[in-house]
Design a protein around this ligand. Structure first.
Ligand code: NOJ
Length: 759
């Protein structure tokens, strides 16, 4: 067996991302000499600081104004005036989730005029997929298979947030999420590590822009480092017990890609990994992240993550938690106040070297310097710019584009969709018809009331708006008196039903794990009653995770996954529904048949008794109640046309250390122009460690006019075949590999094989 040592960064992420780091804005900004905040300036400042002032620079608190105090477990900030005095006294490095330039101005102004050292505050926020303009939830946007779209939406999110005085976003969230029961998959890019790496890098570039000192740039924060999505049973915050191979090959690459793209900060995750909570994990934060990946920025704990090491059973008390966290490389504590309270004493007692404290302070001050705050603490705080920056027409147009590019068409029997704009009576039925649950669970600065609802979007697009009837039918999880009867009457009077059902936005997000990833019973009852009318049904699913679909919802003639589409939800949906835009999104997560299949992801391994295609057999790897497959797999999504995959071309061999070109011919065999997402999957047939049945290694979004045929090419490199061997070393082994160019992880497409040779 040949094995070789290649840096994980260059191997798994490719040369592009390495180049991204060498030109990263953070790196350049830290080294900038035009700014007075040079490394020497930072060191001189540290030289003047008391132990308490140093500890204060590592203490981040929720803002006492805006959503800050309420969207996490409540901590007492003492109110605005007290927080201003704390800031002036040097007790905090900044605040997060405050709202608006006015508040940020009050704080920054007080600190830069009245504090002893006049170190500017850092203002953070959870700006995940938009600020006032809300884009589709990140999971939805990943379904676009268009990382450059995420770069553009993150850029607008940064522009708006920065205009409100925000310097730093707690995004992107890049946790690979393979278990639909976990509620936070909605914040990330789904189950696939390759897709996840591309979206991680794109979002960092979007948030930070080309120049971190710019007034519209925000520092990004890679979270939740690490493996937060791998919680046992999908139970949020729970134990992560994972093999080193899966950790390195599946879960870590998106974090590494985000850091490699120049993200200036990271957030330690709440969970433990194999017995060690991330906040106190020296191997994770110092050895892997700093020594191996060469990350120069700072790490913040998650919200009271340092203190929670006591409940984990890893720290004996608050003081011990502070000690463990700082020694492990967690530079800043969030919301617990532990660092401010205990670090000075820990240093005085010799339990934490002052050099360790200084190093963390240096990282935090360097980030403030990189953001240009020492040169102009009010750089991002400008009430006039704030007023002019929100929800601009171009931003809303981008939100509409992103929404239409995020809608996944799962099923379209008999070409029911697209609908004609006129000549059909449409009944829009369901708890998601109206002005609710549009922004998703984690858009604290957005507002459902300002979004375009499905009703509004559809009515606006219709030739005869009066041909639309709207009935709610039931609430998300409870009946409405007479609701189902009214829905049935509306369905009977219509030519087609749009059934807007799904999860409420309160059902996904932080701490919203589900033991059953199904629709609430009341909505299933509604669907059955509506389907029984015989009127054709198009299901418009709203959801923050993969769902197991049943009964009338699963059997509807057409199904669209609409996730949480944000500000322009209704318009983006209508564009697809009426065929102005052909659907192009693909599932970034596999939809199982049943909840009990979770965690289900396409790149599982074969057992020795893998189920062959065909009916269920005993003594094979399968469930009694469900196939061992996805109802709708990762990568699946229809267009309004059909595409033929043919003419696979690839060489018989890949040379050692080389690369091959793989090509296929795609033909649009229908009458509508489309964007097809062709996907390249690879399987290593025999290796020293069993390998997944397929792994995504490339994709291409191809525009095809009706009847048009295009040759699509992919480059597959030797380094794309790397995996961690039994010793944890990155390895490539000669031998045979199967490839597919296919429209999903489960569908046919075209397939062939090549051999990796040593000669
Ligand atoms: C806890 C969440 O895990 C994290 O994602 C978020 O950034 C912080 N709270 C701050 O709101």
């Amino acid at each position: 067996m040949d094995s070789l040592r290649i840096s994980r960064r260059s191997a798994l992420l490719g040369a592009t991302m390495v180049a991204a780091w060498s030109t990263s804005p953070l790196r350049a900004a830290i080294a900038a000499t035009a700014s007075r905040a040079t490394p020497a300036f930072v060191d001189a400042l540290i030289g003047q600081m008391t132990l308490k002032e140093k500890a204060g620079q590592l203490n981040l608190m929720p803002s006492s104004w805006g959503p800050g105090p309420t969207i996490n477990p409540i901590v007492d900030t003492g109110g605005v005036d007290k927080q201003i005095e704390d800031a002036v006294a040097g007790k905090i490095t900044g605040v997060f989730n405050g709202n608006g330039a006015e508040f940020h101005h009050r704080l920054q102004d007080a600190v830069t005029r009245r504090s002893r050292l006049k170190i500017p505050l850092l203002f953070g926020a959870d700006v995940i997929h938009g600020y006032r303009t809300v884009f589709p939830v990140p999971l939805a946007e990943a379904g676009s298979f268009e990382p450059s779209l995420a770069e553009r939406t993150s850029r607008i999110a940064a522009t708006e947030a920065a205009a409100a005085g925000i310097d730093w976003t707690f995004a992107p969230m890049v946790d690979v999420a393979r278990d639909a029961r976990w509620g936070r998959g909605v914040e990330g890019s789904g189950e696939d590590p390759w897709l996840g790496t591309l979206f991680a890098g794109a979002r960092v570039r979007g948030f930070q822009g080309k120049d971190l000192t710019a007034a519209d740039a925000v520092l990004s924060c890679i979270k939740h480092f690490a493996a937060y999505g791998a919680a046992e049973a999908g139970l949020d915050y729970s134990t992560v017990d994972i093999s080193p191979q899966t950790l390195h090959d599946v879960l870590l690459p998106p974090y590494e890609a985000g850091f490699a793209a120049g993200a200036g900060s990271g957030m330690a995750s709440f969970n433990e990994i194999n017995g060690i909570p991330s906040t106190g994990n020296h191997w994770l934060l110092n050895k892997l992240l700093r020594d191996e990946w060469k990350f120069p920025g700072f790490i913040v704990s998650d919200y009271t993550g340092d203190q929670e090491m006591i409940v984990h059973g890893y720290a004996k008390d608050d003081r011990d938690a502070a000690r463990l966290a700082i020694l492990a490389g967690c530079d800043m504590g969030m919301a617990s106040n532990l660092y401010y309270t205990y670090l000075p004493g820990l240093v005085r007692d010799g339990l934490v070297p002052e050099a360790v404290l200084d190093q963390s302070v240096r990282r935090v001050l360097s980030a403030k310097a990189a953001l240009g705050l020492f040169d102009n603490p009010l750089r991002r705080i400008d009430t006039k710019r704030e007023a002019a920056s929100m929800r601009r027409p171009a931003s809303l147009a981008l939100a509409r584009e992103a929404a239409s590019k995020s809608v996944v068409l799962l099923k379209n029997e008999g070409g029911l969709l697209p609908l004609p704009r006129a000549g059909k009576r449409i009944a829009l039925i369901g708890p998601h018809a109206g002005q609710n649950d549009l922004i998703g669970p984690w858009a604290p600065f957005g507002d459902d009331a300002k979004c375009v609802s499905f009703e509004t979007g559809i009515r606006t697009a219709m030739g005869d708006p009066k041909a639309l009837s709207v009935v709610r039918g039931c609430e998300i999880d409870k009946p409405i008196a007479g609701g189902i009867d009214a829905a049935v009457a509306a369905a009977r009077a219509a030519d087609v039903v749009l059934l807007a059902v799904g999860e409420g936005q309160f059902m996904s997000g932080e701490s919203q794990s589900r033991s059953s990833v199904t629709l609430p019973q009341v909505q299933r009852d509604l669907a059955e009653a509506v389907a029984a009318t015989g009127t054709p049904v198009v299901v418009l699913l709203r959801n923050g995770r993969a769902l197991a679909l049943h009964g009338a919802v699963r059997d509807a003639r057409a199904i669209m996954v609409t996730w949480f589409l944000g500000s322009e939800a209704g318009n983006g949906l209508a564009d697809v529904l009426f065929g102005k835009v052909s659907p192009s999104a693909r599932l970034p997560v596999s939809f199982p048949y049943e909840s009990g299949q979770e965690p289900y992801y396409y790149y599982h391994k074969n057992s020795g008794r893998a189920q062959p295609p065909g009916p269920r057999q005993d003594y094979k790897t399968q469930f009694r109640e469900a196939p061992n497959a996805a109802l709708y797999p990762f990568g699946h999504g229809l267009t309004y046309s059909t595409v033929e995959y043919a003419g696979l071309e690839l060489p018989a061999t890949m040379p050692w250390n080389g690369a091959i070109e793989i090509a296929a011919r795609l033909t649009n065999t229908g009458a509508v122009a489309i964007d097809e997402v062709a996907q390249l999957y690879v399987h290593d047939q025999v290796a020293s460690m069993t390998r997944p049945v397929r792994l995504l290694k490339g994709f291409a979004k191809v525009h095809l006019a009706p009847g048009e045929s295009k040759r699509v090419t992919f480059r597959l490199a030797f380094t794309d075949l790397l995996f961690s061997n039994a010793d944890g070393k990155l390895t490539v082994e000669p031998g045979a590999f199967t490839v597919w160019v296919a429209p999903s992880a489960q569908a046919g497409g075209v397939t062939g094989a090549f051999s990796l040779v040593t000669g």
